[in-house]
Design a protein around this ligand. Sequence first.
Ligand SMILES: [Fe+2]
Ligand SMILES: [Fe+2]
Length: 215
Amino acid sequence: MMNSPPKDLPDALVSQVDRVLRSLLSVDRKTGRDNPATARGETELSAEERRHAAALMRINHAGEVAAQGLYHGQSTTARLGEVRAAMDEAAEEEFEHLKWCEERLAELGSRPSLLGPLWYAGAFAIGAAAGIAGDRWSLGFVAETERQVVHHLDEHLERLPEDDERSRAILRQMREDEEKHGATASAAGGAELPAPVRGLMTLTSRIMTRSAYWF
Ligand SMILES: [Fe+2]
Ligand SMILES: [Fe+2]
């Protein structure tokens, strides 16, 4: 006779994924800046608005998990010379973004993407490969990623429920930071990536955003 899966399997899966991510990202450590949402009062959102806002914040959280993988991978293989400090600072700010998104997800009664470890591993491999290709490409990759992220954040700022000022405050600060990260990488000599690579990056982020909305 076959055993049916235990009833609490989904919960067990979520907590296992959560454990893997926490160990990869040491998510409980302290960060410098306060969550920009704390300055905003909570507003009434309908159940459907909360679900939608949480799905968008889950995408942004997944993006920040990938950002950690990317910066960690890059930092492992790239030389980076005098821009290493700036890149490390960017990685630290990405970590703040990750925490803010996670906090907002919890406020909305939701959870991070189940596919987080996959995004982290994939981004780490890409970041490491870009670092091996050389600093010009590695920095070019960061600049292009950030350009695409800024574009994506503009879309989310539009799509969030009108009254969700807490999520919006987080995304606004993230947008400002991402713009700065991109500019720093470009100024440090990041090369413009060939169009097919840029296209592939857009495609990858589309797959990630579509799946993280639901899972
Ligand atoms: Fe970020
Ligand atoms: Fe960034």
